[in-house]
Design a protein around this ligand. Structure first.
Ligand code: GLA
Length: 678
């Protein structure tokens, strides 16, 4: 297999001498075998974790791919090799993006006459330098996804496997690995089961692998058939996890979000009906909410769950994608017209992959749900998953979604997915998760082709389906079902390690918060949401006049700062220090700096605020505006007053290294500083 000579910034180029074979031999083997190879397989005399594995009814249980050919492509290379004994061909595609991210994908083709069972095929293998290494990954649960944690790597194999049939809340398909002065990152752009492995080699280096995870016998390649992996994304930086994360955000902005019409226009401020109305859809109330939303400055009104079938709670109607005429006697038209008449776009919630046992669809087609004959089908949120790999199911869903969108001025779909896949067996009783997720992407693509002006949000009970694969068909991610601003500090910080703020939905919701019961000031809720794809998710009719005024001001501030906050490559974030979180965006001529305090500070004096702002060029800067006008600071000295009033200049080196003497904030409060060149 091709050897990885070096992976990282500052690649030495052609002079890296590499024709010389390694002198050492492993465990006395008579041939020297390189261990840092792309897709190591057992057939090499390689004793580590194989990245490719399969068999033909027990035979051809190892591969030795040879006869490699190199084909140059516009963005990289395709390496093709063959194992003539096993009659298996492998193609490794590699594309290099300008922002320093490498995208890879692997295909395996069966050239034999008998079925080949593909047990494993990683989409990427990356070599990491030797020595101690610290691994940073994202874990969590529903309502608390994207939780960053770091651990030193030991000598064993580190493995993460996710079997939920979606990227999941608990095991995000990506990680950072810091070894020596380099931080490496990998992300698998897949919506289904995945596997990440970090394997220690004999020379102390490590191989990091990422790809799909298959159930036993899930991928059978008949004669002539191929498996195509999802794409994986790799990068490395000398600027730590933040440096690697900013490259990943850049690849999303520049290469994954293939929506020129969308990047060209600002992300519309969204109003979502879920937490304000839940299943209680009353046309008059919704119209009145829309009126207030428009006055607040909202640009898109999204009608969430509850508009179809007879869906008065979460126990019924998924699959029956026609308007509930009890709630909307003349269809959705009057509400859509009203919303559009107020100057907003209209969006609608769907959960296409699901079916409620209490639905007309299920009564007519109980066999359309995934399951294993003879076994119960476990319900989750009272629902089952449809088998999208069946053409009739996929056609039905396309037709239903098309019928709702057709002729209506709907420009946005919130595409939800509220349960894990379990017992995911298809018609022939074999596992289908890998093909189900491909069928999902194909269905999204079909809807997009038919309705190119419709944007799609990827939601799975919040951020349960967030990955670069689904982002090729969608426009934003619902970051989390938890809208509590305190929780969101960590959730959003974690999510921005892989996604730019412009595509992460962040809503200002009611107080007390519906998930945690915490009460927060409107200012804190707004500061925490404002840098992302901003939304409002509460019943605006319940707001007092002064709250309406304040909310309108925050929305207007967001709109003013949005070109900076959502500019490609502008965003930054630091590690929290003593419960104080810092994030924002910088351009050569202005900086928006967000500071929020989670728990009470331990330090009697706040540590200087240091921020690794990128890009900005001017020599002298000052604070030009502070939002809210009276932040919840504790003890402000006269010098700090002068700083906040814009009377003290500072250099960016001060901001980066020495730090600003910002006063301490009360717990669960925040401030936005607009910083400009003097
Ligand atoms: C999921 C979503 C929520 C909301 C509900 C509706 O939980 O994440 O935002 O749409 O479904 O049932």
């Amino acid at each position: 297999m091709p050897e990885i000579l070096y992976f990282g910034p500052g690649c030495p180029g052609d002079d890296i001498s590499l024709s010389a074979e390694r002198a050492s031999r492993i465990n006395g083997m008579d041939v020297s075998v390189p261990s840092a190879v792309l897709l190591p397989v057992g057939g090499l005399g390689f004793f580590g974790w194989p990245a490719l594995a399969g068999h033909r009814n027990g035979r051809d249980f190892l591969l030795n791919v040879q006869d490699w050919q190199v084909e140059r492509t516009t963005m990289g290379v395709v390496l093709r090799g063959r194992d003539r004994v096993a009659a298996i061909a492998v193609a490794f595609e590699l594309a290099i993006h300008d922002c320093g991210v490498v995208a890879t994908a692997v295909s395996v083709t069966n050239h034999g006459t008998e079925t080949y069972t593909l047990d494993r095929c990683m989409a990427a293998t990356m070599a990491v330098g030797d020595g101690p290494a610290v691994l940073t990954s994202l874990s969590g649960m529903w309502g608390r996804e994207f939780r960053l944690s770091s651990e030193p790597l030991g000598r064993g194999l580190w493995m993460q496997e996710s079997r939920r049939g979606r990227t999941s809340h608990d095991r995000f398909p990506g990680l950072f690995l810091t070894s020596g002065r380099t931080t490496y990152a990998i992300h698998v752009g897949a919506s289904g089961n995945h596997q990440l492995a970090v394997d220690l080699l004999d020379d102390g280096c490590r191989l990091v692998h990422g790809g799909e995870l298959f159930e036993p016998g899930e991928v059978l390649l008949e004669a002539g058939q191929s498996y195509h992996s999802p794409q994986a994304y790799l990068t490395a930086s000398f600027e730590g996890v933040d440096g690697a994360a900013s490259r990943l955000r850049a690849v999303v902005d520049k290469s994954i979000l293939d929506w020129p019409d969308v990047t060209a226009r600002p992300r519309p401020v969204t109003f979502n009906t879920w937490e304000g109305s839940y299943f209680d859809h009353r046309l008059d109330a919704l119209k009145a909410q829309a009126e207030v939303a428009a006055e607040l400055g909202v640009e898109r009104f999204v009608l969430d769950d509850g508009w179809f079938g007879r869906r008065d709670d979460d126990t019924s109607s998924l699959g029956d994608w026609s308007v509930d005429h009890r709630k909307y006697p003349s269809g959705l038209g009057p509400l859509i017209d009203h919303v559009i008449g107020l100057g907003m776009e209209f969006g609608l919630w769907f959960e296409p992959e699901m079916v409620s046992p209490d639905s007309d669809l299920y009564r007519a087609h109980p066999d359309w749900a995934l399951g294993i004959a003879g076994r119960p089908r476990p319900l989750s949120r009272h629902q089952l998953v449809l088998d999208l790999t069946r053409q009739d199911v996929s056609d039905y869903l396309f037709d239903r979604i098309d019928a709702v969108l057709e002729g209506q001025r709907i420009s946005y779909v919130k595409w939800d997915m509220n349960r894990d896949l379990t017992n995911a067996g298809g018609v022939d009783g074999r596992a289908v998760t890998a093909s189900q997720t491909r069928a999902l992407h194909a269905l999204m693509e079909r809807v997009r082709k038919r309705h190119p002006a419709v944007e799609i949000e990827s939601c799975a009970s919040g951020g349960g389906r967030a990955n670069y694969g689904v982002l090729r068909h969608t426009h934003r991610i619902w970051t989390s079902d938890c809208t509590d601003a305190l929780e969101r500090l960590e959730i959003q910080r974690g999510a921005t390690h892989f996604f730019p703020p412009s595509i992460l939905g962040a809503h200002i919701s009611g107080s007390p918060n519906h998930q945690t019961g915490r009460r927060h000031s409107l200012a804190f809720r707004a500061v925490v949401a404002l840098a992302y794809h901003l939304g409002v998710e509460l019943d605006p009719l319940t707001l007092a006049p002064d709250e309406r005024r304040e909310l309108a001001q925050w929305i207007s501030l967001h709109k003013r700062l949005r070109p900076l906050l959502h500019a490609s490559g502008a965003s930054f974030a630091g590690d929290p220090v003593d419960g104080r979180y810092v994030w924002g965006a910088a351009m050569p001529d202005r900086i928006a700096l967000f500071v929020a305090q989670g728990p009470t500070m331990l330090a009697e004096q706040p540590p200087p605020l240091r921020v690794a702002v990128p890009q900005a060029t001017a020599r002298s800067w000052r604070i030009a505006a502070v939002h809210p006008a009276a932040p919840a600071f504790i003890r402000v000295s006269s010098g700090q007053q002068a700083l906040l009033a814009g009377d003290s200049d500072f250099s960016l080196d001060t901001l980066r290294h020495a730090g600003l003497a910002l006063p301490m904030l009360r717990p669960e409060s925040g401030v936005i500083l607009e910083i400009e060149p003097v």
